[in-house]
Structure formats: C-alpha cells, structure tokens
Ligand binder design. Structure first.
Ligand SMILES: *[C@@H]1O[C@H](CO)[C@@H](O)[C@H](O)[C@H]1NC(C)=O
Ligand SMILES: *[C@@H]1O[C@H](CO)[C@@H](O)[C@H](O)[C@H]1NC(C)=O
Ligand SMILES: *[C@@H]1O[C@H](CO)[C@@H](O)[C@H](O)[C@H]1NC(C)=O
Ligand SMILES: *[C@@H]1O[C@H](CO)[C@@H](O)[C@H](O)[C@H]1NC(C)=O
Ligand SMILES: *[C@@H]1O[C@H](CO)[C@@H](O)[C@H](O)[C@H]1NC(C)=O
Ligand SMILES: *[C@@H]1O[C@H](CO)[C@@H](O)[C@H](O)[C@H]1NC(C)=O
Ligand SMILES: *[C@@H]1O[C@H](CO)[C@@H](O)[C@H](O)[C@H]1NC(C)=O
Ligand SMILES: *[C@@H]1O[C@H](CO)[C@@H](O)[C@H](O)[C@H]1NC(C)=O
Ligand SMILES: *[C@@H]1O[C@H](CO)[C@@H](O)[C@H](O)[C@H]1NC(C)=O
Length: 854
C-alpha cells in the first residue's frame, strides 16, 4: 500500500453538528383531560333531560326555582328532533321580558360560558328576528343581538368568575322577544390564560390578562380538519382555516399523526390538543426560486376592540433541528422575528404557543396574520402555522359587544369597524361537547413559554446523573468527582508539559475545532505524536461534553475506539490527550481532499473496524452506550488505516427499559440523523445503526451525506441512494473508481446491509453485530473474487478465501444473518485492550492487526 501520510485532525466537530437538547421529552405524563368542578349544562325549554351523541347530559331548566328568575312569562317552543342538528335545539325558552338564570359557583376562576341559539320554528314568535341583550352580571355579552340570516349561533365566552354566584340575564328589546336553546357554564383550567402576553402597538409586555373577559371570535386548526368538541377535552371546537387563507399565494396542508406531537416541560395539551399541532399550513414550495412571500390569513374583526391573538406552532415539517426560521406578522407588524421552534422547544414536533395583545385601533380591518421566511440564506425557506385563536377582550365599559355598558355608560372610543362573528358560527354541527373526562384538577402555575426561552446550550445534559450535577462548583471538586472515582484515565500531564508539546498552543498546530475548544497536534517525550484537546472554559456546553467524554473514555478500551492517553486539569484547564490518528478522518479519503482513493477492500476493512467499535459500544461495555454522532468525520484512521471511532462527547448511556422516557438530548449531524429518533425523541442503539447506514453509502458512493449544492432529489444521500437501490441500479451512482473493480456480489451484500440499516423503524434495523457479519461476508466475497482473478497483491487468506466457505448456500446465509458476532476483541473485559503505557500510549496500537484474526 502506497499511502501518502497526511496529518489530520483527531476530532472534528464540524459546523454541522447539532447540539440541541430536548426539554424532557415525554416526561411525567401530561394530564390531557380535565374535570370541571362547575359543570352546568342546561337544555332550555326541554321537558326532560337530553343526552347528546357525545354522552353529555343536558338537564332541563324546568326546575326554574333553582336556575331561573323572571319577571314575565317564559314559553317553551319545540320541534321534532329530526329537524335539528342537535337534540338540544329541539326546544327553546322564549322571554318577552327580562329573565335571569343564576348559577352557584363551586370554584372561582376561569369558566366557559357557551350560549346556543337556534331559532326554533313556531307559530307564535319569529325568533329569527328576535332582538335582545345578554349580560353576565356587569359584563355585556350581546347587545341588541339578532340572529338574522344565520342558521344558528354558538357564542363562547371565557370569564374569570370571582363571585360565588353569577347571573345571566336576557333582556328583549321593547316589543321583541329573547330566546335561548342551551347554556353551558363550565370550569376551565387556570393555565388557559396566562396573566401576561406581548402587546403589539406599542410593543410591550402587557399583564393583567386574567382580569379581562374574552369572547372566542376565531379558533382555527390550520391545514387540518375541524376538530369537534368531543375531541377536545375542554369542549372547544377548532374550525378549518381554509376560508381565511388569502388566495393566490401558495399555501399547502401538512400533517402528521397526532401521537407524534409532544409537549415541552410545563406545556399542556389543555392549551390545545395534539390534533391541532399535528397539522399546519406551510408554504407550497419551500424551495421556489423567489421564496419570499408571506402566507396570509385575513380575519374580519370589530376594530373597536382589543384582541388576544394566540398562535400555535409545532415544527412538523423539518427533517432536522434548527432548519426552520421564519417571521410572524400580525396586522402587518413584526410579531416574532426569526422564530426558531427548535430553539424555543428543544425539539421537533413539540407544541409551542405565543400570545399577542392586539390593539386594533392601530390597524384597519381585516386583521391579518402572516408567516413568511426570514430574509436570510440560512435554513429552509418555509414558514408554518398550526393553530390560530382570536379572542375579543372586553372594552372599558366592560362590554364584548358594542359601546354600551350595563349601566348605560358609553365606551370612549365609539368608532365601530366591521362586525363579523362568522368565524365561530360557521362550525355547524360540530358542537357536541365536553365528552368523557377524568383526572384530577391540577394546578400548573408556571408559564412554560418563559421556561423555554433559555439557551438550549445550557441545558444540563446529565440531569439525574449526580456525579455531574454535583461537580459544578470548583475544579477541585470536579476532579474528585470525576477523576478519582473513575479508573483508567491514564497519565497525568502538567500544563507546562502540554504547552511545550504544542509549541505554546501554536495556531498552526490546530487540527480540529469544535464547540469545546481546539484540538492540537503535539509531541511528547521521545517524539510520540498525540492529539491534545483543550477545552474552552467559557463554554458550559463544551465542559459538559468534555466531562461526558472523560467518563465515557475512561470506561471504554477497544482497538476500534480512539484511546485516551491522559489528561490535565491544572489552572482550570480541561485538557485531554489522545492517541494521534495520523491518517485523519475517513471522509478525507473518500472525497474533497484529493487523497489517493481507498480500494474496495480497504473500505470494507475500515467499515468493519468502525462497526466493531460501535458494536463494542452497544454491547461490550457494562451498560450499552449510544454513540449518537456516527459519521465519516468521526471515524479516524491510524498509520495503518485501522479505523477507530472518535468523539464520544455526544455519547450517552443507552436508556434502560425503565427509563425510556428520561429526558434526552437530541443530537447528531445533518444527513445522518435517524428519522425515528426525531419523531419519538427516544434514543436507542438503532439510531447509531441508521447513521452507520449513511456512512456505508458515503463509502460506496464517495459523496457527502448531505450536499445542498446538488439538485433537490440528490441532496440527501440516504434518500437518493435508496431510490437507486430499489430500482436495482445502485451501481450507477457508486464511486467511479470502484466501477469494474468491485465484485458485484460483494457490493450487493454491502448495499443490502446499508439498506437494512436505513429501515424507517428502529425495530426493523439490524444490530451492529448483524451489520458486522454482513460486512465481513462482503469482504470475503470480494477477497474470493480477487483471489480467483489472482489480483490480490496482499496476503494469502487461508480458510476464509476458499471458495467453498465464502459462497454459502442462500439458506445458510440468511440464517447466519442474525447471528451476532462475537470475536475475542469484543470481549466484555476492557482490560484485554487496555494496556496503556505512560510513555508510548500510541505505540501499542500502531501495529497492523489483521481483521478477524486473519
Ligand atoms: C324522561 O327521561 C327518562 C329517562 O330518559 C324517561 O324514563 C322518562 O320517561 C322521560 N320523561 C318524559 C316526561 O319524557
Ligand atoms: C326537578 O327537580 C326534582 C327535585 O328536585 C327532580 O326530581 C326532577 O327530576 C327535576 N326535573 C327535571 C325536569 O329536571
Ligand atoms: C381572576 O381574577 C382575580 C381578581 O382579578 C385574580 O386574583 C385571579 O388570579 C384570577 N384568576 C385566574 C385563574 O386568573
Ligand atoms: C386542507 O385541509 C382542509 C381540511 O382538511 C381542506 O378543507 C382543504 O381543502 C385542504 N387544502 C388543501 C390545499 O389541500
Ligand atoms: C375524534 O374522536 C373520534 C372518536 O372519539 C375519532 O374517531 C376521530 O377520528 C377524532 N377526530 C379527530 C379529528 O381527531
Ligand atoms: C410579509 O408581510 C410583512 C408585513 O405585512 C411585510 O412587511 C413583508 O414585506 C412581507 N414579506 C414579503 C416577502 O412579502
Ligand atoms: C389601545 O390603544 C388606544 C389608543 O392608543 C388606547 O387608548 C387604549 O387604551 C389601548 N387599549 C388597550 C387595551 O391597551
Ligand atoms: C375589562 O373589564 C375589566 C373589569 O371589568 C376592566 O378592569 C378592564 O379594564 C376591561 N378591559 C379593558 C380592555 O378595558
Ligand atoms: C433549493 O433550490 C436551490 C436552487 O434551485 C437548490 O440549489 C437547492 O439545492 C434546493 N434545496 C433543496 C433543499 O432542495
């Protein structure tokens, strides 16, 4: 082998490395149902109780003494149930003078008040043109309201009840009548309205929101179907947004299964159910030539009021973290600049919402909500919105309808804009209520949106790992926590020693840069070359990873893992010394660096070595370890092209079965990341298997896992290569150097292994042991063919090369596919490969050792 030896970096943490931490995925089960303490459901004018299809029982209001006091006559009107959308609309109570329902409240706080109006046909009254006012104590709900041409109306209010008793009063305009079909007065959870939101125009933080009363004007599930009240534990109906989308500009629906959606710590499905977050509107073509347009919703509103606009977001469109940045505008003004949901929530498919107070006296109707890509060249040119709620806030005379208060006072700002309550009234037939509800009242005092604002870099990677948590204060204690409690950390270096070794941290000696700091090449003692990784003490994230790596490496010794030689913690430094891998990362030998090409056999041996390293991580250590950042820059080659896995900074012990819901950090690199890991955010060793599958393709095709410069369908290697593989034409896209040299059977076996690794679901992927077996088999096939052609310039391979053994019958091959590999070096006892000599740490690894004992 005639290899130009190039000194290259030991550990590359390129700019593509993702380091974003999930905020406790699937932590303690979020209570997604709610039992209201006050739960009045009245079917007005009915002679008996009425059960809705969703099993809710509306009692008759006939026992007037309990609920109703009036100063006139009330009349029941009714029609056969076949004629109405819901059985509660069969009857109505009609008042020709003032009438009051009184309710006793078991618990103060937020309550839904829902009023159902359906103008029941009858001979005596023309309910369609009844005109009346409805007040709730001192709050005006409806002022001289008439249903007019609408078929029916459901009005929904959210009020903070502070008194033990409140009354709902119906007052017909002189000469007219008032009517009501059904009334709901139901407790709502405290968390529903936080006390503060971002005020727009002027931009400020506005508090005191819990003192206002609200009327739901719009509640839309963007890009998805109507969510009826029975699918929302709070009995809310979420309409479809299609009719509010501004036509002409391309927007499209996107949706995922609701069970993919998760809520960050402190979040709650009571804010909005998963089905709201599971669908969204996104830009039609996220990659059009002129991607700069906004997706716009136009909402008619009465501009004399102030509104609470609540926007729901959930990144169900990105393939990787921090890929989506967009702006949000309300009323044409910037509401959120560069919203990055990955950073806000720490993950994909995680629920997020934000409240805005919109004083519409500053904008003219219609109210617009817009999302559009940031004017930058980074990330995906896309923007999304999952849900949209617009709640009207009472005005200064405590009215939600018009400028007159209960006491006849007029609002100071009498300009009235377009009044349109269409949005909510259109959800015909969808109002079927607060279905089965269980689970206790649960107070959630903290506002989870605030908790999401901190930098994801600072999240404790090892929450629950006491040795890390207790090591925050001083290096002294850190030392005692890490170093003395672990073994095999090797030699202690003085700072001066390393300073000399790196020629006083010569910038020219830097061979790698990462979030943790720099990696230098150095020379110790008799001239042994080492890689010196010097942590940047300013970087909390770096120190976390640093500490992880020490702990990992101290436990792990394997011929296919980069070895730690020693460390230094003098002067607040965190320095690790590794064996130097003179041939650098595998990637450099595949493309981009003009190094001599590797032969197919070399590539197979390197893949086998890396697979052994991973297999050892998964199964060999006391507990399984997941590498989490398997990629071709983390596979390093020594003098003899022996592959070793590097960079355990991201490694984390595999969760045991009891702990699968423990919060995990979503980490990895673009192009290599297991899609299932993204969806579920549950880490398993099969995520490494997926990434390794990408590595195999990279080795075969000699191109990057992700190349944004290529045409769209070719950007992602895994997707592109699998398309060709399915067509049986994978050989069309392999590294041209290999064409003709590679044995077709060997390549077939290799490609099969890659394909299995890339299976959509982790359970369908092989273990690293299985992968290893397949790669060894591919190597044997290659060797047999080269030997047959007498082309092999290397050693003669004894048993393995004999045609009889390398061409097993298909049946035998398929059964052995599942056989886990265990060769002596996979031994669970690290001591076997642990021999670290203080003075020549690298020396013992420097010999070429043939693979698999040959
Ligand atoms: C009222 O409903 C109950 C149970 O649904 C039924 O047994 C009863 O006969 C009904 N009464 C009238 C007057 O319809
Ligand atoms: C009215 O109240 C009485 C006793 O309080 C009860 O037995 C009856 O079922 C109630 N009637 C209706 C229609 O709810
Ligand atoms: C309701 O209003 C009262 C008084 O303004 C306030 O103390 C209370 O916190 C509010 N309740 C909720 C659930 O916000
Ligand atoms: C989006 O979904 C909604 C509700 O399912 C549907 O009404 C609408 O037609 C869909 N729009 C497109 C462009 O597919
Ligand atoms: C609503 O719930 C019903 C069953 O309760 C289910 O069949 C239906 O798919 C749900 N719809 C949505 C939009 O989640
Ligand atoms: C998106 O809308 C905002 C506010 O209306 C506007 O300032 C911006 O120019 C729009 N962007 C594009 C690309 O039209
Ligand atoms: C809305 O703006 C007007 C004019 O600036 C102001 O008088 C009013 O108090 C504002 N309303 C709210 C709720 O902030
Ligand atoms: C809504 O009513 C409350 C009290 O009833 C009052 O304090 C508040 O100022 C009103 N809201 C606005 C925007 O004026
Ligand atoms: C987006 O389009 C540009 C120009 O057409 C292209 O270079 C780029 O690869 C595309 N990106 C994706 C992710 O498809």
């Amino acid at each position: 082998m005639d290899i130009v030896v190039v000194l290259f970096c030991l550990i590359l943490t390129g700019p593509t490395t993702l380091l974003v931490t999930a905020v406790s995925t699937g932590a303690p089960a979020k209570s997604d149902s709610f039992t209201p303490q006050d739960n009045y459901l009245l079917d007005c004018g009915a002679t008996n109780q009425t059960t809705l299809p969703d099993k809710r029982v509306f009692l008759s209001d006939q026992n007037s003494t309990k609920f109703l006091s009036y100063s006139g006559r009330d009349i029941q009107v009714s029609v056969p149930s076949a004629d109405v959308p819901l059985p509660i609309y069969r009857s109505a109570k009609v008042f020709v003078s003032d009438a009051t329902y009184s309710f006793h409240m078991a618990r103060p706080g937020w309550h839904w008040v829902r009023l159902h109006f359906y103008p029941v046909n009858n001979n005596e009254f023309n309910l369609q043109h009844s005109k009346f006012t409805v007040t709730l104590d001192t709050l005006v709900l409806l002022h001289e309201f008439s249903i007019n041409d609408a078929k029916w109306f459901v009005k929904e209010y959210l009020v903070n009840v502070t008194t033990e008793r409140f009354s709902l009063k119906f007052s017909p305009v002189k000469g007219s009548s008032a009517f009501i079909n059904a009334i709901e007065v139901v407790s709502a959870p405290d968390i529903l309205i936080a006390d503060s939101g971002s005020a727009l125009f002027p931009v400020a933080q506005q508090s005191g929101l819990s003192k206002y009363s609200y009327e739901t004007v719009y509640r839309l599930n963007c890009g998805g179907p109507v969510i009826s009240s029975q699918n929302d534990t709070l009995g809310r109906t979420w309409g479809s947004d299609g009719s509010f989308l501004k036509p002409g500009l391309a927007a499209k629906n996107v949706s995922v299964a609701p069970n993919i959606v998760s809520y960050p710590d402190g979040g709650s499905p009571l804010i909005a159910p998963p089905s709201v977050y599971a669908s969204a509107i996104e830009m039609e073509n996220a990659n059009v030539t002129t991607p700069n347009f906004n997706v716009t919703w136009n909402l008619d509103i009465d501009s004399s009021f102030t509104y609470l606009v609540r926007l729901h977001f959930c990144d169900i469109v990105s393939k990787s973290l921090n890929d989506l940045y967009f702006n949000v505008y309300i009323g044409g003004k910037m509401a959120i600049s560069g919203l990055d949901l990955s950073t806000e929530t720490g993950g994909l498919a995680m629920a997020y919402y934000k409240d805005f107070i919109v004083n519409t006296s500053m904008v003219s109707p219609p109210l617009t909500v817009q999302v559009g890509p940031m004017n930058e060249n980074t990330g995906m040119k896309n923007a999304i919105l999952n849900g949209l709620e617009v709640l009207k806030i009472n005005n200064s005379v405590n009215s939600l309808d018009g400028e007159f208060g209960v006491d006849g006072k007029t609002a100071s700002n009498p300009t009235r804009g377009t009044v349109a309550a269409v949005g909510f009234a259109m959800m015909f037939g969808a109002f079927v209520g607060l279905g089965a509800m269980a689970v206790k009242w649960r107070k959630r005092p903290q506002d989870w949106r605030k908790r999401n604002s901190f930098s994801s870099w600072l999240l404790p990677l090892h929450a629950g790992d006491s040795s890390f948590m207790s090591s925050k204060t001083s290096l002294g204690s850190r030392k005692s926590n890490f170093y003395s409690s672990t073994t095999g950390l090797g030699r202690y270096f003085s700072f001066a020693e390393l300073q000399e070794a790196t020629k006083n941290w010569d910038p020219n000696a830097v061979i790698g840069v990462g979030g943790f700091g720099n990696v230098y090449i150095g020379e110790i003692d008799d001239g042994t070359q080492v890689a010196v990784k010097r942590g940047n003490p300013q970087s909390e994230q770096g120190i976390n990873e640093f500490q992880t790596e020490i702990q990992m490496l101290s436990k792990l010794r394997h011929r296919h893992l980069v070895s730690l030689i020693g460390y230094c913690d003098e002067n607040s430094e965190m320095i690790l010394v590794y064996e130097f891998m003179s041939n650098g990362p595998l990637r450099d030998h595949l493309y981009g660096k003009n190094l001599p090409s590797l032969s197919w056999k070399q590539r197979l041996e390197i893949c086998i070595g890396a697979a052994r390293g991973l297999h050892y991580l998964h199964t060999g250590a006391a507990q399984g370890i997941i590498h989490r950042d398997v990629k071709t820059t983390n596979i390093l080659l020594d003098d003899n092209f022996i592959a070793k896995m590097a960079d355990f900074g991201l490694s984390k012990d595999a969760p045991t079965t009891e702990q699968t819901h423990v919060s995990t950090a979503v980490k990895g690199s673009f192009g290599y990341l297991d899609p299932e890991y993204f969806r579920k955010q549950q880490l398993t060793d099969k995520s490494d298997v997926y990434s390794f599958g990408v590595v195999l393709l990279e080795v075969l095709c000699a191109r990057p896992a992700l190349n944004p410069a290529l045409p769209r369908e070719q950007v992602n290697l895994a997707e592109w290569a699998m398309q060709w593989k399915r067509k049986g034409l994978l050989d069309k896209i392999i590294d041209p150097i290999l064409a003709g040299v590679i044995n077709p059977e060997s390549m077939k076996k290799f490609a099969e292994a890659a394909e299995k690794c890339l299976a959509e679901y982790g359970v369908d992927r092989p273990t690293m042991g299985d992968v290893l077996w397949n790669l060894e088999y591919a190597l044997q096939l290659q060797e047999a063919s080269s030997q047959g052609k007498a082309e092999d310039e290397n050693k003669v391979f004894a048993a393995a090369a004999s045609p009889a053994t390398v061409t097993p019958a298909p049946a035998a091959a398929s059964t052995s596919d599942n056989r886990p590999i265990s060769s002596p070096e996979e031994s669970k006892n690290p001591a076997e490969v642990q021999v670290i000599d203080e003075h020549s740490g690298t020396a013992m690894f420097a010999q070429f050792a043939a693979l698999n004992g040959r």
